[in-house]
Design a protein around this ligand. Structure first.
Ligand SMILES: Cc1cc2nc3c(=O)[nH]c(=O)nc-3n(C[C@H](O)[C@H](O)[C@H](O)COP(=O)(O)OP(=O)(O)OC[C@H]3O[C@@H](n4cnc5c(N)ncnc54)[C@H](O)[C@@H]3O)c2cc1C
Length: 392
């Protein structure tokens, strides 16, 4: 049976997460308006929380408490409920770490697991269609030579290294695509540009160029290239990265949308508009009814996230459910924040409050790690039992 009821221990952890996340609101506007700056790795106020990192607190959880996977999603929601700037202080860990986890050998995981790794897939001519990448990897003696350009790489400036998707032979499609760990500082690897964005400005999003960039043979993720040539460590495994990360992306958006809803509810309460849950829809004001609908949408989206992660924690396939969580979350955070702005009138677009920022910040949820349309294609393929060649 699926049961997401929180225990006392779960709630204790989430309370600390929220308390800590609130601190980030003090920095939110500054880093929104100073996109060119990087925040410190730790905020000074966090000294008081140094022994209270959520993942450390979770070590005290028992078998009756909520599982690590599900709790990680609730922690993400709780963190970004503070503000997206919370992502600045997370330290180690990036999308590339999830790729390393998905296709790296045990030795590679030990060697690079503590580094913050970005993941570079997208290119100027290839986004949704990942198999169209043209960055090349050619073996020359004991080294791979990487040539190509990558764009929109999250944590590209701050990472210690990047997991780069490259093709061994562009004429051979997805089967020839492999991932390579390229540490910062290697000759021929240059971060060329930091993107200026609509929202999530606290995140660094970078472009990078690889020009005759040489890395050791063993930096091919998955290890021995003979195994990799036979399919190990390849495209399919790399796509599996997203089954782990897509629910997390939705969770990040949902935290901000919840913050927008809570702010809206508080502002309306100041005007004497309270939600009476016991009343029937015909007895409630239109405003109260709208608030309840936003709340219900967010709760439904949250449940899709928890379900997707619960499946993977239980060792079950979650390819479709991860896409459902991402598609549902991406859509709901957009509509929820938009409806909150409508309810607040002019106050909603004022820079005196963070809600206009959250409205901008959530927009990316439906774009990165596969757009909403791509998620719907994945879901349709699973339901209709089509291959990607049959439905794309
Ligand atoms: C802030 C940010 C951070 C990012 N971080 C990373 C990162 O860390 N690493 C990385 O590799 N990439 C990253 N990306 C890139 C992101 O994953 C791509 O932008 C995304 O996959 C879409 O690709 P695209 O921009 O080329 O759009 P396109 O693929 O050109 O899509 C444009 C539009 O066409 C639609 N479309 C495309 N194909 C289909 C289809 N078959 N059927 C129906 N509709 C379709 C899309 O849904 C979209 O609406 C990031 C992007 C941003 C903006």
């Amino acid at each position: 049976m699926i049961d997401f009821t929180l225990t006392q221990q779960d709630q204790k952890i989430l309370d600390v997460v929220r308390e800590r996340a609130l601190i980030c609101r003090n920095y939110a506007r500054y880093y929104d308006e100073h996109e060119e700056e990087f925040a410190p790795a730790e905020l000074p106020e966090n000294e008081q929380f140094k022994d209270k990192h959520p993942f450390v607190l979770m070590r005290g959880s028992g078998e009756n408490d909520t599982s690590f996977g599900v709790m990680s999603m609730l922690v993400s929601i709780g963190q970004t409920w503070g503000d997206y700037t919370v992502r600045l202080q997370q330290g180690a860990g990036g999308l590339g770490n999830a790729s390393l986890g998905a296709v790296g050998t045990d030795e590679q995981k030990t060697k690079w697991g503590s580094m913050t790794l970005a993941m570079a897939n997208t290119e100027p001519g290839c986004g949704s269609d990942s198999k169209a990448i043209i960055t090349t990897a050619v073996l020359d003696g004991d080294e791979w030579v990487i040539n190509g350009e990558k764009i929109f790489v999250t944590t590209g400036c701050r990472c210690d290294g990047v997991v780069v998707w490259a093709t061994l032979d562009a004429s051979k499609g997805r089967g020839a695509i492999k991932a390579f760990m390229i540490p910062k500082g290697v000759p021929g690897f240059e971060v060329t540009h930091k993107e200026k964005k609509l929202g999530i400005r606290a995140d660094d999003t970078a472009a990078m160029v690889f020009t005759d960039c040489r890395i050791p043979r063993e930096n091919l993720l998955g290890g021995n290239e003979e195994i990799v040539q036979k399919g190990g460590g390849g495209f399919k495994g790399l796509m599996g990265t997203f089954n782990m990360t897509r629910p997390g992306v939705a969770a990040i958006g949902l935290g901000m949308a919840r913050a927008a809803l809570d702010f809206t509810r508080d502002e309306l309460a100041k005007e004497g508009i309270e939600v009476d849950y016991a009343a029937s829809p015909s007895e409630r004001s239109a405003v109260a009814q709208k608030l309840i609908e936003i709340e219900a949408d967010l709760e439904a989206a949250e449940l899709t996230v928890l379900h997707a992660v619960w499946l993977s924690t239980d060792g079950k396939p979650n390819n479709m459910e991860a896409s459902i969580a991402k598609a549902k979350g991406g859509e709901v955070v957009r509509t929820a924040t938009q409806r909150c702005l409508e309810l607040l009138g002019g106050l909603g677009v004022s820079r005196d409050y963070l809600i206009e920022k959250w409205f901008r910040d959530v927009r990316i949820t439906d774009i990165y790690e596969g757009t909403g349309q791509i998620q719907k294609l994945i879901i349709a393929r699973q339901i209709l039992e089509y291959s990607s060649a049959e439905l794309s």
